[in-house]
Design a binder for this molecule. Structure first.
Ligand code: THU
Length: 140
């Protein structure tokens, strides 16, 4: 596991700030995420729920689509902040989504008061279905 103390503190603050913008009237479970890209830019996202519950988009994917829309596909680090006393780490769907852009993406898991740990997408999603696997299909 990556070093707990080795993370981007301003990135965590960005995630804490944007968490306030979460639209979570159904769960009241607000999450903020901030992604730092290779160019040093930061893209923020919060969870957005919907009355048709399954349409909910998580904070991590919300931040990710903002980065892609800005043409920023090289992601270095993501901070994820929830209001829980235990670590809220990205859901399975978000792990796969993040792996598309960088399996070695650093993931910082925090709440408003503390940082619980840093890890990587590869640690969160071992043996992932990835592009190399996809390309290795035999021609038939
Ligand atoms: N959620 C996130 O945005 N990110 C996570 O890492 C965990 C869950 C959201 C989805 C939903 O709006 C609410 O939290 C409760 O699951």
């Amino acid at each position: 596991m990556a070093d707990k103390l080795n993370f981007d503190q301003p990135l965590v603050e960005e995630a804490r700030e944007v968490r306030e913008r979460a639209y979570a009237p159904y769960s009241n479970f607000k999450v903020g995420a901030a992604i730092r890209t290779g160019s040093g830019k930061v893209f923020r996202g919060a969870n957005v729920e919907n009355i048709s519950i399954s349409l909910t988009i998580c904070a991590e994917r919300s931040a990710g689509v903002a980065a892609v829309a800005a043409g920023e596909l090289e992601w270095e680090e993501i901070a994820v902040v929830a209001g829980t006393s235990r670590p809220t780490s990205p859901c399975g769907a978000c792990r796969q989504f993040l792996a598309e852009f960088n399996p070695n993406l650093k993931v910082v898991v925090a709440n408003q008061d503390e940082v619980f740990y840093t890890t990587t997408v590869a640690e969160l999603l071992p043996k992932a279905f990835d592009n190399e696997t996809y390309k290795s299909q035999a021609v038939d």
